[in-house]
Ligand binder design. Structure first.
Ligand SMILES: Nc1ncnc2c1ncn2[C@@H]1O[C@H](COP(=O)(O)OP(=O)(O)OP(=O)(O)O)[C@@H](O)[C@H]1O
Length: 699
């Protein structure tokens, strides 16, 4: 006998569940009110009784704090329950454990657990619960899941998916498959939001393996464009917060994200999954704060812009040199060289009678080699003084002690980070590899090695409280930056990215390179691409073929390549495309240019013809829905219903880095893509014979 066999029965059951949830909400409201009343009573009592004895005050204080904490708990529960009212559950499996006397049990799966205290049953299971994993991993028939007490085997006899919105069941699908294709197609065909959304109802099996991987201490996800890397990494965080409850909370997690826009864009996923937003930072912030924010430096965005707008072979060479794994080895050798040669010891005359010999000082520098070099002076001084006192039976004054410490510090030639860093290039025989810009501004590639040397000399900060580190866009960070991360954060890590989307082709890292830096790590691949229609994906594959990529078959319009007579006509054409977009069903349009300068120029021109266009610069911090004009670099990680890529001529897009930018731009499109140009089309775009001739004729 199947529980709730028909759709009608399921609908009635949904109503019952909603009633129970509503009752529970009413009870929590009562409970909140009781807590508020008690707190008020305590407050009144304290106000109206001036001579209360200290014991009573203390006990009352404890009671207030207690009520407060309980009250907050109840409020959290209330928030969760109100969310459940909208979509109580999205899936169901019927499972019978292979054990005598066990019955088939329907398991309803939602974003949160719902336990009914009256019937003492779990009416809804959290999607992260062990039993729920079968929903994502198994088809009908034999199934198993890993419970805290071991693997549980059984038979899965039914699998349903529901679409419930605002407490109303729109439809249900019964399926033997893992996640039914129709539901996935519906989700993928929906319009883009101003924030990344959760995908809990349609997580795919290969994605679930990554989310629930608790074994890997360093998990490296290499995934093709639109494969759900970022979404999956965030779901993984939500999963770990659930599975390791008590050991880890959201404030113990740190996300290293490429920029503020991206951080804003992904900020909704965890709250949607019922978790707090987690702290976020950027690689630049980490590196600069190691150096006490003392140096002016070209930021990563400026480095990319320079590579796109005015690349010089020297600049490229400097970036390449400092981004190789070999460079880290060289720095390590140099640190050893500092250790062996930077202390130029001399005799120190403490007073008329006592002189500390140079050789003795040198010996102490070596003796304390477990301390970072700049941290040894104090300990060496203490030790030397102690030895003096024992051997010659005399005591030194504080002034003499201070003098000795000062003298030892002076003997060390590595007290200035920048000088040491410059020395490195002399030592390596590559003085041309270091160049500062106007006003002593450092190049971006120098920030990490400088910080690395600083840490080697000064010592690493105490153990970081971060328990899980998430690094997105992993390909953009060179090995030296990972080396620093490894030393700063010893915790578990999830690192994700796609080498094909590097905006830093002269300094990018592959999954394999990253694993080498950490000397460990599990690489998991995501090959299915979900974001774009089949036609758009085929187009992007012509720009940068990736044999790993497997598109999800969802059809849409063919991308269009529009040729114009000149740049003015191109602007007119884009204005026309914008007005067509405004009349369409789509909600977001990204006009993605190669550089920020180009984006700004086009934005200025377009704004003469049309309004409500937002220019997103590297300084922006919030992502907005609507018509956005931006650079490829800023668009990384984002997505739009429709994308227009202007100026795709062979002058604008001609180098390897230009190709990366073009690839990033076109892979942002979900449903519609138009590429415009005047002059000759760039060689990276394949003009397919299926294109209508009107698409190519000059307009
Ligand atoms: N299992 C899934 N169910 C529904 N949608 C999915 C699924 N997996 C991925 N998507 C959708 O695919 C799109 C791409 O996801 P996401 O941005 O996480 O991918 P990514 O690999 O980080 O992309 P990129 O590297 O190109 O920026 C999003 O719209 C996401 O909602």
């Amino acid at each position: 006998m199947i529980f709730n066999k028909t759709e009608e029965q399921e609908k009635q059951y949904l109503q019952q569940i909603l009633e129970i949830i509503n009752d529970t909400i009413n009870n929590t409201d009562k409970s909140v009110k009781e807590h508020v009343d008690t707190l008020q009573e305590h407050k009144d009592y304290l106000w109206s009784n001036k001579d209360i004895d200290p014991h009573e005050i203390r006990s009352m204080r404890e009671s207030i704090l207690n009520h407060f904490a309980l009250g907050e708990n109840v409020i959290d529960k209330r928030k969760r329950l109100s969310k459940i009212l909208d979509i109580p559950y999205f899936g169901r499996i019927d499972f019978c454990e292979k054990k005598e006397g066990k019955l088939t049990t329907p398991i309803y799966i939602g974003i949160h657990t719902f336990y009914d205290p009256l019937s003492r049953t779990n009416l809804i299971y959290d999607w992260r619960a062990p039993v729920s994993s079968m929903f994502y991993d198994h088809e009908l028939g034999e199934a198993s899941y890993i419970s805290p007490s071991g693997e549980v085997y059984g038979d899965m006899s039914l699998k349903r998916q529901y679409r419930i919105r605002k407490g109303r069941m729109e439809f249900m699908i019964e399926s033997s498959l893992t996640v039914h294709d129709d539901i996935l197609q519906k989700e993928l065909s929906a319009n883009a939001d101003d924030k990344m959304k959760n995908i809990v109802t349609t997580i795919q099996r290969e994605q679930n393996r990554i989310i629930r991987n608790e074994d890997a201490s360093i998990l490296i996800i290499q995934g093709v464009a639109g494969s759900g890397k970022t979404s999956i990494a965030l779901h993984r965080i939500a999963y770990l917060l659930y599975a390791l409850k008590g050991n880890i909370s959201s404030k113990d997690i740190l996300i290293i994200s490429p920029n503020k826009i991206f951080a804003d864009y992904i900020s909704n996923v965890l709250p949607e999954l019922g978790e707090e937003t987690v702290p976020e930072t950027s690689m630049e912030q980490i590196l600069s704060s190691i150096l006490y924010n003392k140096y002016k430096y070209q930021n990563f965005f400026e480095q990319v812009s320079e590579l796109l707008e005015r690349p010089t072979p020297d600049f490229i060479e400097r970036i390449q040199y400092k981004s190789s794994p070999d460079f880290v080895l060289q720095l390590d050798k140099f640190i050893l060289h500092i250790e062996n040669t930077y202390l130029h010891a001399t005799d120190v005359k403490l007073n008329r009678y006592i002189t500390i010999p140079a050789e003795f000082i040198k010996e102490q520098f070596r003796r304390f080699n477990r301390y970072p070099m700049r941290q040894r002076f104090e300990t060496m001084t203490e030790y030397i003084m102690e030895m003096m006192a024992i051997q010659y039976n005399f005591s030194v004054t504080t002034a003499e002690k201070t003098l000795l410490k000062k003298e030892i510090k002076k003997m060390f030639a590595g007290n200035n980070d920048l000088q040491v860093y410059k020395d490195f290039f002399e030592w390596a025989g590559k003085p041309k590899m270091f160049k500062t810009r106007k006003n002593h501004t450092l190049e971006y590639t120098d920030l990490a090695p400088l910080a690395y040397l600083h840490l080697a000399l000064e010592g690493y900060p105490p153990h970081s409280p971060v328990k899980h580190l998430l690094i997105d866009e992993m390909q953009d960070y060179p090995p030296i930056q990972y080396k620093i991360i490894q030393k700063l954060y010893s915790c578990r890590k999830t690192i994700l990215g796609d080498t094909c989307q590097s905006v830093n082709p002269y300094g990018s890292s592959t999954a394999e390179m990253i694993r080498k830096v950490f000397a460990t790590g599990e690489i998991m691949k995501l090959c299915k691409s979900y974001r774009s229609t089949f036609e758009i994906t085929a187009f992007t594959q012509n720009i940068r073929p990736n044999t790993d990529l497997e598109p999800v078959v969802r059809h849409g319009e063919h991308p269009r390549i529009l040729r114009f007579q000149n740049s003015e006509k191109e602007i007119d054409g884009i204005t026309e495309l914008i007005s067509l977009f405004r009349k369409s069903k789509y909600k977001s349009l990204g006009i993605i240019c190669k550089t920020e300068t180009q984006a700004r120029e086009i934005a200025d021109k377009l704004l003469k013809h049309t309004d409500n266009i937002y220019f997103l610069s590297s300084q922006s911090s919030a992502f907005v829905k609507g018509i956005i004009i931006t650079s490829s670099h800023m668009a990384k990680g984002l997505e739009f219903d429709e994308v227009i890529v202007p100026q795709a001529n062979n002058k604008n897009y001609c180098s390897e880095i230009d190709k990366s930018m073009l690839y990033v731009a076109v892979t942002r499109a979900m449903h519609k893509l138009t590429v415009t140009y005047w002059g000759k089309p760039c060689d990276f775009i394949y003009i397919s014979p299926t294109l209508k001739s009107s698409d190519l004729n000059p307009l």
